[in-house]
Design a protein around this ligand. Sequence first.
Ligand SMILES: [Zn+2]
Length: 108
Amino acid sequence: MTADESAALGRIRRERRWLILWAVSAAPALWFAWRIAHRELAIAAVALIWISGAALAIARLMFIRCPRCGRLFHSADGAPGVAKIFAPRCGQCGLRVKPERVIYPSLE
Ligand SMILES: [Zn+2]
């Protein structure tokens, strides 16, 4: 694995972590908006911002390219989709997101 592939896979992992963090932050953000403003409009504004951020994060993951084959990483058929956003490997060439473990033959 080259340094460019490793950096690109790190970016994919970072984008996934960002989406998970964003999803987890929805409930506290809505609760905080309710505690501060006590109005439905404040909750609607926070929800709109949160949904926009989630849609942006999902879109970035949908269209991210594989560093090895250059095709869409999270797609098996070449079309962008959300079904395989957390797949452990590239849908086209099988490149794993997590770095492979180094196994020393002398320890087996
Ligand atoms: Zn690939």
